[in-house]
Ligand binder design. Structure first.
Ligand code: HEM
Length: 534
């Protein structure tokens, strides 16, 4: 049993995780408000939202008490959350292709950035600055726009700068030419993008690149339709945001929660994520529910015909390598001695990451599902690369500890509070106690009061068969996403009845596969721009 539920104040100080927040953690002060670095999208008006405003965190469940757990118990649970069979296909999620993992990470970087130290207990989340706007406004892509952040844009067109991947051989030694498929970079390899975290691993970097190209294609599309030059950037960025918002709600959120929930929430209203005028970033979401994506990450991918699990290949596409082919975590360091840019043989084949209905038997082809939504993290993510095997390098521990720091209530308390408003059955102690993680959870008393992040993953495993979130996790995620779009006065919901207008398999809808098809860059190393199988 957990003997103590005291808040620990052990000092895990030093640098922040290299991969995500590469700044020294002392650079951000929890208590800072007025003096903090402005969010990137400084040009978009910041108005009061939650307790302190749109730029801050706040609570959804203000009346619930924090769950206090000491570090030793958190560490025991964190250690039990390591996937012991990362290659077992039974733990793949047939409902969610692996591209959505990194789309999910990309979306996270659009809406949330907490730079507070892991060592700090936060009594009042409204004192924590969110360095992103809590809205699907793509501030991680556009920054503050072509005025203030002109280093992101071309001088001759309202388009983004795109980098060149350098020539490199395939598995047969045939040279793949330079391709316009890397992020634009400085001489030291640093990506010139709106959020440094989007060059943390190659898959999120290629996702970011797809969004840059999406904007550029929309510019071409509008230009061809006669939109005057001076209006091109504003019109294109609006169309991009609206299609992205529609796609996130209907393709991503409904896929991991419940089909139809978006329309239901829009009709019936939100019950738990409430704000007066503009949204805030809820700690229950950023500190727990939306960290669900950590469980979706695979240990190895089939990246393209060159880097795949089986021969013929040059090498595998392990998670470690996918970190390596980035500048934030890896070896793209330019003049400093590493690679100047991405080698062209590492440009992604999107057919392996999203379901384009590629025919069975396509040579040298494998499809990547994400891993099931369950309490397990693949070893390379569980113990983050570049860190000694300490608590600080253990992502499960970091997430659990972050939840305690933020004063999150237990999953059971959240479930009971929600059950007063909607039909919902909280997890029983017996359900939590299942599996190797459950044994540890029960030993530590988490079967009756579990950290919220763990509860939500366990609920997904037990109630959603690992294919989608359960009722607590699903409702929090869906309400927050719908609320963020509703709270953005410039979102697609500001135009009643609007549906996507860009070309799509089903006109009036827009899924991630439609976006990639519109970009026309499906598998550049194979010369495949679009596919007929969609
Ligand atoms: C290889 C992939 C990923 C890596 C290496 C990674 C790593 C990290 C790290 C190191 C943190 C900071 C932990 C802390 O100190 O609190 C973090 C935060 C977070 N991650 Fe991930 N992550 C990955 C994928 C994802 C995905 C797929 C999602 C969601 C779909 C996600 C959602 C989040 C959220 C919501 C936070 C808190 C963000 C904030 O408020 O600043 N991550 N991640």
């Amino acid at each position: 049993m957990a003997q103590s539920r005291q808040r620990s104040r052990h000092g895990l100080v030093g640098r922040h995780i290299v991969a995500e927040q590469a700044v020294p953690i002392d650079a951000a002060t929890v208590k800072t408000s007025a003096g903090a670095v402005a969010p990137v999208a400084a040009s978009r008006a910041v108005q009061p939202g939650g307790g302190k405003g749109q730029g801050f965190f706040d609570r959804m469940f203000k009346d619930l008490s924090p769950l206090e757990v000491d570090d030793a118990d958190l560490e025991a649970l964190a250690n039990a959350m390591r996937d012991a069979s990362p290659g077992d296909p039974a733990l793949d999620n047939p409902n969610v292709p692996a591209g959505f993992t990194y789309l999910g990470q990309f979306i996270d970087h659009d809406i949330s950035l907490d730079l507070s130290p892991l060592s700090a207990s936060i009594e009042d989340p409204t004192m924590i600055r969110n360095f992103r706007t809590p809205g699907l406004d793509l501030d991680c892509v556009y920054g503050a726009g072509p005025g203030p952040h002109r280093f992101l844009f071309r001088q001759d067109a309202p388009k983004f700068l795109i980098g060149q991947a350098t020539p490199s051989p395939d598995a047969q030694g045939v040279q793949i030419p330079a391709l316009p498929n890397d992020l634009e970079r400085t001489r030291h390899g640093v990506a010139l993008i709106g959020d440094h975290r989007n060059d943390e691993n190659l898959l999120v970097a290629q996702t970011h690149l797809a969004f840059l190209k999406f904007h550029d294609k929309v510019v071409d599309h509008l230009q061809a339709a006669g939109t005057p030059g001076p209006q091109l950037f504003d019109e294109a960025s609006k169309l991009v945001r609206w299609h992205y918002q529609w796609m996130v709600l209907h393709d991503f959120v409904e896929r991991i929660t419940e089909v139809g929930i978006v329309a239901k929430l829009l009709t019936e209203g939100r019950k738990f994520y409430r704000f007066k005028t503009v949204p805030f970033m809820p700690v229950e979401f950023a500190g727990a529910a939306y960290r669900l994506g950590h469980s979706m990450v695979r240990e190895e991918y089939s990246h393209n015909r060159v880097f795949r699990p089986v021969s013929p290949r040059l090498a595998d596409a392990s998670l470690t390598r996918l970190f390596q082919f980035s500048s934030l975590s890896g070896d793209i360091t330019g003049e400093l001695g590493g690679m100047a840019a991405l080698p062209s043989n590492w440009v992604i084949d999107w057919r392996r990451f999203y379901d384009f209905h590629t025919p069975a038997g396509t040579p040298n082809f494998e499809f990547n599902p994400s891993r099931r939504l369950d309490p397990f993290l693949t070893p390379t993510l569980h113990q983050l690369p570049g860190f000694p095997p300490t608590r600080e390098g253990n992502l499960a521990f970091r997430n659990l500890r972050r939840g305690v720091n933020l004063g999150l209530p237990s999953g059971q308390d959240v479930a009971s509070a929600m059950a007063k408003e909607i039909p919902l059955t909280p997890l029983t102690p017996a359900e939590i106690a299942t599996g190797p993680d459950g044994v540890v959870a029960a030993q530590k008393g988490f079967d009756t009061a579990a950290p919220l992040w763990y509860y939500i993953l366990k609920e997904a495993q037990v109630r959603g068969q690992g294919e989608r979130l359960g009722p607590v996790g699903g409702r929090i995620v869906a309400e927050v996403f719908v609320g963020m779009v509703q709270g953005d006065k410039d979102s697609f919901l500001s135009q009643p009845g609007w549906t996507p207008t860009l070309p799509a398999k089903v006109p009036g809808t827009f899924f991630m596969t439609d976006l990639l098809q519109f970009v026309g860059d499906i598998s550049p190393i194979d010369g495949i721009t679009t596919v007929s199988t969609l």
